[in-house]
Design a protein around this ligand. Structure first.
Ligand SMILES: *[C@@H]1O[C@H](CO)[C@@H](O)[C@H](O)[C@H]1NC(C)=O
Ligand SMILES: *[C@@H]1O[C@H](CO)[C@@H](O)[C@H](O)[C@H]1NC(C)=O
Ligand SMILES: *[C@@H]1O[C@H](CO)[C@@H](O)[C@H](O)[C@H]1NC(C)=O
Ligand SMILES: *[C@@H]1O[C@H](CO)[C@@H](O)[C@H](O)[C@H]1NC(C)=O
Ligand SMILES: *[C@@H]1O[C@H](CO)[C@@H](O)[C@H](O)[C@H]1NC(C)=O
Ligand SMILES: *[C@@H]1O[C@H](CO)[C@@H](O)[C@H](O)[C@H]1NC(C)=O
Ligand SMILES: *[C@@H]1O[C@H](CO)[C@@H](O)[C@H](O)[C@H]1NC(C)=O
Ligand SMILES: *[C@@H]1O[C@H](CO)[C@@H](O)[C@H](O)[C@H]1NC(C)=O
Ligand SMILES: *[C@@H]1O[C@H](CO)[C@@H](O)[C@H](O)[C@H]1NC(C)=O
Ligand SMILES: *[C@@H]1O[C@H](CO)[C@@H](O)[C@H](O)[C@H]1NC(C)=O
Ligand SMILES: *[C@@H]1O[C@H](CO)[C@@H](O)[C@H](O)[C@H]1NC(C)=O
Length: 572
């Protein structure tokens, strides 16, 4: 038995706040030259290059001979292609965690590489991931068409990453990427932390003029494609359809002013199909939008029955006069691959059915968690610092795409953590980076065989899980922080520091000077030295000069010890 839920939404109770212009929009024209920008002269939306969002891939332009079906979408002229690496990711920061977003990607092949790689017989295929989760498989069979893909989802972190994943049937590419904040809790209430809605073309303005309608008419920049159903004709009104306040869906008035009605005055038929089998038990959400154009007397009714695959889901639905209302059909997709939906004139209806607009989505759950956010930030800092391009997307997940050189631990309910980082033999120089301090779950850290300089940072002792630290074969100097030394002595840390010529290693007493484990002998030596110093070095000028010298080098006491100077220097 199919689980069917049906719901009629009349006025939503809450009014809407003002939605600001392009605020909350990120519009990226992939493959555009750095520094450029392009303005859509219909929407006024400014598209920026993708250079700040990705560090891999190659830019291409589409030959004008393939532009014929590009509509008025200027962002489809260029694309970025990813011949190298299996997974390549865009990262969009400054996302409001917990808010709802529409993310839209366009793919237009246009034979950009001259390889004729997309045809019905041999489609160009690759996967799209949203963060660490599978989103959809692209199946591009027509070089002249563009393929839109949308998801309405709640931001689980303060960034989104969109990854293109090679699956063996061609080189992934992307034409544009758009992010739209949907800053109302009342719209798409079916979207929440565990439930996202995905679609391709399925948001249609029926009965309207050809072309597409989007921002600014649609505040959220949803794209409404013009489409007519078979055996129907368009009707329209010049009256304004009331959508605000109270219409949670905010379907633009211009869309609601047109509708279709059946040629034979009986039934409007459409079907939903083409569901991808990789969605596990998905649910279909079909939103139908209605508005009555005529002020009907009571005896002239328009009543609609909603029938799906010959089963009546709803009877006697009555559209409201010049006011947007909606029917939400929710049904679990089963083995049937086509759902025939019919809007039929009810038995008691005088007038035929109408339909003004239609949206259909399937649910997608994004079950896998992204890595711990502080680990992600730390790893991104390292990636940027060392410009490591093979590190793409989330550091740990999915598991088979974990970054080279790290090991993560996974648990069912907590985000993955980075527990091992191996940067051995990467020809790294400068100081040991502070970012490592944010890898709070790190257990194994191998920085050996590089050219790290400067002191061993104190923060390493604060990494409470650290069990192995290999700093050998670098140019580190200074001393080993006491706390690290103690962990090593207590058997909690395997520490390797050999072949750091400037490093003060254990056995010279340099470290012990800092701490409490001073031996009696050392103490005696110190006292004698102090007495000798106070007796012999009476010349004030000499003392002053020495003090100044000592103060100039307070952070490297061991260096002075190694040079055979007074033990006292260690305390300055
Ligand atoms: C947009 O502007 C460009 C140049 O400014 C022009 O060539 C093009 O025809 C315009 N497109 C539309 C749809 O108005
Ligand atoms: C790809 O699209 C073509 C044409 O629409 C279709 O015949 C084919 O089954 C699709 N392949 C997959 C794997 O979806
Ligand atoms: C998300 O929405 C779905 C469908 O409305 C609902 O079944 C589910 O319980 C919701 N989950 C959460 C975490 O709110
Ligand atoms: C979009 O809105 C503008 C301003 O309200 C209006 O002039 C324009 O005709 C609308 N576009 C469509 C396609 O209705
Ligand atoms: C509205 O309908 C009339 C005929 O009833 C038609 O001439 C006109 O083009 C339609 N307008 C639109 C925008 O579809
Ligand atoms: C549909 O209704 C209109 C008027 O209400 C009528 O003129 C037309 O003949 C009807 N069409 C059919 C196929 O019954
Ligand atoms: C009217 O058209 C619909 C779909 O086009 C069809 O299913 C239905 O049987 C037709 N009804 C009549 C009475 O012709
Ligand atoms: C509805 O009632 C009006 C009078 O109130 C009458 O003129 C009209 O013919 C009736 N229409 C129908 C379809 O019964
Ligand atoms: C849906 O309608 C098509 C014809 O338009 C028919 O071939 C198909 O069997 C129908 N599917 C179901 C599940 O009723
Ligand atoms: C780090 O990688 C090197 C090889 O690149 C390997 O020899 C070394 O054992 C690794 N370190 C750890 C802690 O696994
Ligand atoms: C660094 O030291 C650890 C612990 O002894 C060892 O497992 C690792 O292989 C060393 N790294 C290299 C590159 O030898």
């Amino acid at each position: 038995m199919m689980g069917i839920l049906i719901q009629i939404v009349f006025l939503a109770a809450t009014a809407f706040g003002v939605i600001n212009g392009q605020e909350g929009f990120v519009s990226i024209d992939c493959g555009m030259d750095a520094g450029g920008s392009i303005t859509d002269n219909i929407t006024g939306i400014v598209y920026q290059p993708d250079t700040q969002f990705i560090d891999t891939g190659i830019n291409y332009g589409i030959p004008p001979s393939y532009w014929s079906r590009r509509y008025s979408l200027p962002q489809l002229g260029t694309l970025r292609s990813f011949p190298d690496g299996v997974r390549n990711c865009y990262t969009i920061n400054q996302v409001n965690q917990g808010e709802k977003y529409l993310i839209r990607a366009f793919f237009m092949y246009g034979n950009y590489d001259g390889q004729d790689s997309a045809s019905i017989g041999s489609p160009l295929q690759f996967d799209l991931h949203l963060g660490v989760n599978y989103w959809r498989t692209l199946n591009i069979t027509d070089p002249f068409s563009f393929y839109p893909l949308e998801i309405i989802t709640v931001a689980k972190d303060d960034y989104f990453s969109v990854c293109l994943v090679k699956t063996g049937s061609g080189t992934p590419f992307i034409s544009s990427l758009e992010l739209r904040l949907i800053d109302s809790v009342d719209v798409y209430t079916d979207v929440n932390q565990s439930n996202s809605l995905v679609s391709g073309f399925a948001r249609v303005n029926v009965g309207g003029a050809p072309g597409l309608i989007r921002y600014p008419n649609d505040t959220y920049d949803r794209i409404w494609w013009s489409e007519n159903l078979p055996n129907s004709f368009g009707i329209n009104t010049s009256e304004t359809i009331q959508i605000n306040p109270g219409d949670a869906f905010q379907v633009p008035s211009t869309i609601m002013r047109s509708a279709i009605t059946p040629v034979n005055n009986t039934s409007l038929l459409f079907s939903l199909s083409d569901f991808q089998s990789r969605y596990v038990r998905p649910i279909c959400y079909c939103y139908m939008h209605f508005a009555e154009f005529d002020a009907l007397p009571p005896n002239k009714t328009r009543l609609i029955d909603v029938i799906m695959n010959e089963q009546a889901l709803l009877r006697n639905f009555r559209p409201s006069y010049l006011l947007s209302t909606h029917i939400t059909l929710t049904f679990e997709l089963e083995s049937v691959t086509q759902y025939n939906i019919s809007l039929t004139k009810a038995a008691d209806s005088i007038l035929p059915p109408i339909l003004n607009a239609l949206e259909a989505y399937t649910t997608l759950s994004l079950p896998d968690l992204a890595s711990d956010i502080t680990d992600v930030r730390a790893m991104m800092d390292l990636k940027n610092l060392y410009d490591i391009k093979i590190w793409q997307g989330d550091p740990c997940a999915p598991q088979n795409f974990a970054w080279k050189g790290i090991v993560c631990t996974f648990s069912a309910s907590n985000p993955p953590r980075v527990t091992s980082l191996n940067l051995s033999s990467q020809n790294l120089n400068d100081n040991i980076p502070d970012a490592i301090n944010n890898l709070k779950a790190i257990e194994y850290l191998d920085l050996s065989n590089n050219n790290f300089v400067g002191p061993i940072p104190d923060f390493l002792s604060g990494l409470s899980s650290l069990r192995m630290l290999n700093l050998s074969n670098n140019q580190l100097d200074g001393s080993i922080p006491m706390a690290l030394r103690q962990k090593q002595e207590n058997g909690l840390l395997e520490l390797r520091t050999e072949n750091n010529p400037g490093l003060c290693t254990n056995g010279n007493g340099c470290v012990d000077d800092h701490g409490k484990k001073k031996t009696l002998a050392t103490a005696v030596i110190v006292i004698i030295a102090a007495i000798l110093a106070s007796l012999i070095l009476l010349a004030i000028i000499v003392v002053v000069v020495r003090r100044q010298r000592m103060r100039k080098t307070p952070t490297r006491p061991c260096e002075l010890v190694v040079k055979g100077k007074s033990l006292n220097y260690g305390y300055l």
